[in-house]
Design a protein around this ligand. Structure first.
Ligand code: GLV
Ligand code: MN
Ligand code: MN
Length: 416
């Protein structure tokens, strides 16, 4: 039965159930989710998503990097669909909401339109992007970046995880190397709902973040080579300790990010001693650095300062430090008209809101390079994300999904 689109609300209980139903794929004892991209749990949630899309009448296709697209026909099939969605992979100790909310809310929007018998003028396509997180394969958001033309498909297919398994092999092992060419599917616009992953909305008691910008990001791979030797017999002045050298690098990252603050952050998130032993001075360590700022010049200044700090630390400590930028994502400016559409839909629904900059990287930041894109944030508890404790309320997730649906209805149009 056809129902008026103006007052349409998503089914809050159904959205909440799907979030908890899919959280069992990779559930951790602490209540989080471990669903590394293209692993067995990712296959489980992908199969679930495919079935749910098909049950909702969507035509599901998979591209050569495993990104999944569920198309809901519109009245005018000559128009490129409005894309909405996010990702279903998680961090190694991730939560139930990061990415998942945006993908499952997109499904909920389709289910709600189906139940209400509403046909949109423009088709709608819901998306699960492969490897948003970047924890098994770098860089993060690699499939949407390839979609936007930042990388070739072959380049991404050849990227390897720490065990030496390539993206192509991982896709084949779970049966998700699709036949659609990456980037072949065009969108008229793209909208992604996500938890904020930071503290601002909660602190200001706002329900919706209307995202107008995204931080720029640089990721580095580093390797420190010192010299392994006996912990008991090597006098302190003769040591070439890779771990002590790394300690200086870590503090330099922290100091430089603070110096360029408040809109700058820097993190050493991985550090692996090659052959750890309590009575061996560490001789080799691999590490990563992640720096971010919404301001391109600040990001470049941090990059310069970091390189000169490392150039000073290495020789002084008689250690070689290799330091390579492996991913550069400039700051994102989302499409002003689409951002206004999000704000208008939010206002019409009566939700409190504010404009906000995304601290995290997102697939929508890549899409923004090729199609008008925008994002919608909802608060998460204590601003915590990339943690098994990540949490959000049913009311806020519902509000976000309603804002998503009404933004999409406003731009897709309702067929008369
Ligand atoms: C993705 O989660 C990122 O911001 O690193
Ligand atoms: Mn995410
Ligand atoms: Mn994430």
């Amino acid at each position: 039965m056809t129902q008026s689109a103006t007052n349409l609300q998503i089914d809050s209980a159904r959205l909440w159930d799907t979030i908890h139903e899919t959280a069992k794929f990779g559930a951790t004892p602490k209540g989080g989710v471990r669903r590394l991209t293209l692993g067995p749990e990712d296959k489980q949630v992908r199969d679930w998503f495919r079935n749910a899309c098909e049950a909702a009448g969507l035509e599901v296709r998979v591209d050569a990097l495993g990104s999944m697209f569920g198309l809901r026909k519109g009245r005018d099939m000559s128009k490129p669909p409005i894309g909405l969605g996010s990702h279903l992979d998680t961090q190694p100790t991730g939560g139930k909401f990061d990415g998942i909310l945006g993908t499952l809310a997109a499904l909920e929007v389709v289910r709600t339109l189906n139940d209400a018998g509403i046909e949109t003028e423009t088709p709608i396509c819901i998306v699960n992007w492969t490897n948003e997180e970047g924890s098994r394969f770098a860089p993060a958001t690699m499939a949407s970046a390839a979609y936007a033309g930042d990388y070739t498909t072959d380049d991404i297919l050849g990227r390897k995880d720490l065990a030496g398994v390539s993206v192509g092999e991982a896709l084949d092992s779970i049966g998700y190397r699709g036949d659609e060419a990456v980037g072949a599917r065009k969108f008229g616009a793209f909208v992604e709902l996500h938890i904020e992953q930071g503290p601002l909305l909660e602190a200001e008691n706002k329900t919706i973040g209307v995202v107008d910008r995204g931080q720029g990001i640089i990721w580095y791979d580093g390797k420190i080579t010192g010299f392994e030797s006996h912990a008991g017999t090597t006098p302190m002045p003769l040591r070439r300790d890779a771990l002590a050298t790394l300690a200086e690098v870590v503090l330099a990252v922290e100091r430089i990010a603070r110096e360029h603050g408040p809109n700058a952050v820097g993190t050493v998130g991985e550090a692996v001693i090659a052959a750890p032993s309590r009575n061996v001075i560490p001789g080799e360590i691999a590490f990563t650095v992640d720096i971010r700022s919404p301001d391109a010049e600040t990001l470049e200044a941090i990059d310069r300062d970091l390189r000169s700090a490392i150039a000073e630390i290495g020789p002084r400590r008689r250690a070689e430090i290799a330091f390579d930028a492996i991913w550069r994502k400039p700051p994102t400016v989302f499409d002003p008209k689409l951002v206004d559409a999000v704000e208008n839909a939010t206002r019409a629904l009566g939700y409190s809101h504010r404009r906000i900059t995304s601290g995290a990287g997102h697939d929508a930041c890549n899409l923004a390079n090729v199609v008008p894109s925008a994002m919608i944030f909802v608060p998460c508890k204590d601003g915590v994300s990339h943690n098994e404790l990540e949490d959000a309320t049913q009311a806020d997730c519902t509000a976000g999904a309603n804002a998503l649906m009404h933004t999409v209805l406003a731009i897709a149009g309702v067929a008369s």
